[in-house]
Write a protein that binds this ligand. Sequence first.
Ligand code: NAP
Length: 383
Amino acid sequence: GLFAAQALTTQDRVPVEVDIYDRLPAPYGLLRYGVAPDHESIRSVADALAQVFEHDNVRFCGFVEFGQGLTRREALLAYDAIIYAAGAAEDMRMHVPGEMVAGSTSAREFVAWYGGHPDARPFHLAGVHTAVAVGVGNVAVDVARILLKSADELSWTDMPQDVLDELRTSSVREVYVVGRRGPQYAAFTTKELRELCGIDGVQVTISEGAFDGIEEKTLDRRRRTNLEVLRAAVARDVPQPRARLHFAFWSRPIEIGTAHVAGLERVTEVVLERTQIDAARLVGTGQTHVVPAQLVLRAIGYRGAPLPDVPFDVDRGVIPNEEGRVVTLDGEPCPQEYAAGWIKRGPIGVVGTNKSDAAETVAHLLDDLEQAPPRPHLLDAHE
Ligand code: NAP
């Protein structure tokens, strides 16, 4: 949303006024609450975006929930154009038994907790010795890193004090990162993988046979370098490690085992099934093994949530659009309405990806404004 506002305020094709609405009282969304607090350089993108608010023609309207404080109808009457940039507020499910019991949750909730999101519920790590992150993307890497770093390594960040206190007493000694395919298919980026594998005092291991049969020549540079980083990490012997990081590739959870602990049904283990590719399809082999665990974080992708009255593609979790111009599910244009970011293209790409994404949307918006006849505003947005 802020990249879109930045693109609008730094062009001279059409004079604009921009009102930025947010459900939360403060701006910066994922940058503030989703980017890991120890990733200072990514977070500093917010400093650059802060300049958007310096413009006299930009207003921030916090604490306004779309559909309640501002409805789609009102917005269409008050503004020439609306850009939906609501991100991906939900997450994917694994659909395995035990997924919803205490101790099994989404990485999104865990990230919200350590990022100090106002909606976050507190996490208690007492009794957690082994944690399992499902998925091998950058979110899985983030949560594994936060669990494995010592509290001293995080104390300089702006993590809430209660989170730091909880992490300081953490007894997590084993973290599994589970990939349903091999390391050559992992989604994480090399910089993030290198950082995770380089945490002091942590021994890295990988599932047996994970490197077998990989045709490295067919891989792009990121994937080849990822393999190099993993090979070097498992070859490094860490004397008396304070914690262990296990990469379990070619494995998928088929069940989360539970037991009643102090009157509450809680996670006690994860049943992993070995997988393989058969005729270009990922299939289970029937071979299973059990990982005793007290915390399971699914990091298998985020998902957009529908905005009230706005067209929504339920299968893809996005607002249907053509290069940012919103259309109905039948492909009919919705004049005045635009989308940017994850709600436009799905939850992929790093923070910077949203800059070019927003620029594309804004370019189309300006084309349309230049061609549209001036429209009377039937509602005053500033009221
Ligand atoms: P992601 O990169 O799409 O990774 C999702 C992972 O979950 C993949 O390994 C995927 O495996 C796996 N998966 C999906 N469905 C699964 C299932 N049913 N069972 C088991 N595994 C499953 O998503 P993400 O980690 O949520 O990250 C979202 C975006 O934010 C990415 O573009 C990421 O790079 C970005 N991000 C960046 C940073 C950073 O730069 N530091 C930090 C966090 C996030 P398959 O490949 O087999 O589908």
